[in-house]
Design a protein around this ligand. Structure first.
Ligand code: PLP
Length: 549
């Protein structure tokens, strides 16, 4: 065992000791083994199992991340951020005073920090002047270092330069230095066009991938990241990782943020984020303070600055913090990409004149119960993205028609208990959609009250809506059959009632026809048409004599 890789490169102390074995978790047994309290802490609600130690590697969490990253659960070590994975790698493999790591500066500083704390040596193979990886230099340094080099860190896309590593270099290095751990830090992989190296793990057992939920998944405050590697490497690292690193509320927060319904929201945000990166890259060329903008595959831009003192004053004036690298990198600063409104303010500080536009009215709503898990994102000012998945084809079609005719963007995803029936899914989607639309309307500046008459073959629907802030729903119509597709006709009025409730609207519908499908469709389309002018922003006047709606 001792002579087989990766044991040959692990610290002797790690091989010698037996792993601490009080590792938490809950089974059906009577738990009288860990000196825990038998009572839940007050308040009892939502503190499920807080009295019990968690598993060292919570099973559900590992399964979820394995699925997210296209890996197997046994290839994953979850920790408190990717930072903890870096620390554990150093503590597992680098003997103090003997072993070393390789880094390619300028890069993420925590590799060096952990090496210094562990007493490991630091070998540097700096990036080329254009920030690409210097393949020749890396290989020659690694050959010279020999077996004392335990870990080589490559950040891709690299922080702070934003560029990704050429995958061919990684494969060559993995193959040539098969005893050394080749760590690819993919903290920003979601923002990059380049594929993750995860699918190369089977081919190269010495490859270790780092991932984090802190950046693309909006969970920096929750602290969760992962190392993905050969299970033998993971098992050695688990000996070093503390017994209970993942607090139960952390597991809950992560599982809630990564529910299947939430994933389209993450995807929509990512798309917006990257389009904002492109916008900033173009807009900043007009800044008097920016000499060079380095191309980025991450959620930040590295900038070469001129007149830095003047820029610093402007940033202070606008109360904007950006990362200053001038100590280590000549004239460089790193600007994170924010949401459109934040980026507009940043552009002002950078002295870029941008046309004054109203911020887009967007909102997200997430509703999770035992019956349904729903995430909704709406954009009242950009109808280009409409994507609906409820599990009921007919309902998807109706909601898409509502958004299309309402001229608003809609991403809606629902995992509902359709094995029971369609009721919860239809009602809860309506409630969540109403909540999101209401939030996006904000103070309702410029919106109005409208109606629409829509004929569809033999059907005629009259739909009127008043975004009054008061909920009411009146429905007149008799359906000739009790279903259309998988959609129960009785749920049609119930949908509008639920929507009116959370949207804060009065909705009145009068529909006549001889075909249930046409009648329901006309109601949804008609409401869309009535909402389109109601949502439209013409100036800032409020369409009520009272001045508020
Ligand atoms: C932010 C960052 C990390 C740390 O991520 P956490 O999961 O928050 O610890 C790791 N590597 C790089 C390159 C980063 O930029």
């Amino acid at each position: 065992m001792r002579n087989t890789w990766p044991n040959t490169i692990a610290r002797k102390a790690i091989l010698d000791f037996k792993a601490y074995d009080a590792r938490g978790g809950i089974s059906n047994a009577l738990h009288l083994d860990a000196n825990e309290s038998p009572w839940r802490p007050p308040p009892v609600k939502s503190a499920d199992n807080f009295n019990r130690y968690p598993e060292q590697q919570p099973t559900n969490l590992c399964a979820r991340l394995a699925n997210l990253y296209g890996a197997k659960p046994e290839q994953i070590m979850v920790g408190r951020g990717a930072d903890e994975a870096i620390e554990v790698l150093l503590r597992t493999f680098c003997e103090a005073g003997e072993d070393s790591i390789l880094v390619c500066p300028p890069t993420f500083g925590y590799y060096e920090t952990c090496a210094s704390i562990q007493g490991a040596g630091i070998i540097k193979a700096p990036l080329n002047p254009d920030f690409t990886y210097d393949e020749g230099l890396i290989k020659s340094k690694m050959r010279t270092a020999g077996s004392a080099l335990k870990i080589a860190f490559f950040c891709s896309p690299n922080n702070p330069t934003g560029n990704a590593i050429n995958p061919q270099i990684v494969e060559e290095i993995c193959a040539e230095f098969s005893q050394t751990l080749i760590v690819i830090d993919e903290a920003y992989a979601e923002f990059s066009g380049q594929d993750s190296f995860t699918d190369k793990l089977e081919k190269y057992p010495n490859l270790v991938i780092l991932r984090t939920l802190s950046k693309a998944y909006s969970l920096a405050g929750v602290r969760l990241g992962a190392a993905i590697a050969d299970p033998r490497i993971v098992n050695l690292m688990l000996k070093v990782l503390p017994p209970y690193p993942i607090a139960r509320p952390v597991e809950v927060a992560v599982m809630n943020a990564l529910t299947p319904a939430a994933m389209p929201i993450h995807a929509a945000r990512l798309k917006l984020w990257m389009s904002e990166r492109a916008r900033m890259e173009t807009a900043l060329t007009a800044s008097p303070f920016v000499k060079t903008i380095y191309p980025s595959e991450a959620n930040f831009l590295l900038l070469e600055i001129v007149e830095d003192e003047k820029l610093r004053r402007k940033l202070r004036e606008y109360q904007i913090k950006i990362r200053d690298f001038r100590q280590s990198l000549q004239d460089k600063m790193r600007l994170s990409i924010g949401c459109p409104e934040e980026n507009d303010i940043a552009l002002c500080a950078f002295g870029v004149n941008i046309p004054v536009t109203n911020p887009q009215r967007t909102a997200e709503a997430h509703r999770k119960t035992k019956e349904t898990d729903i995430a909704v994102r709406v954009n009242l000012d950009d109808p280009s993205k409409i994507s609906v998945h409820t599990g009921i084809g007919f309902y998807d079609h109706m909601l898409e028609a509502l958004a299309k005719h309402g001229k608003f963007g809609l991403v809606l995803s629902c995992e509902g208990d359709l094995e029971i029936d369609a009721h919860h899914t239809i009602e809860d989607c309506a409630l969540t959609l109403g909540t999101a639309l209401s939030a996006a309307l904000g103070d309702k500046a410029g919106v109005g009250r409208f109606g629409f008459t829509i004929p569809m073959d033999e059907t005629l629907a009259n739909v009127a809506v008043d975004l009054s802030g008061r909920s009411a729903m009146v429905f007149k119509g008799i359906f000739p059959t009790d279903h259309a597709g998988g959609f129960p006709a009785e749920m049609c009025p119930h949908f509008f009632e639920s929507l009116a409730q959370t949207l804060g609207a009065a909705i009145q519908i009068d529909v006549q026809g001889a075909n249930t499908h046409h009648m329901i469709e006309a109601c949804f389309k008609g409401l869309g048409h009535a909402l389109a002018p109601a949502f439209k922003r013409d100036g800032i006047e409020i369409a009520s004599t009272k001045g508020v709606l």
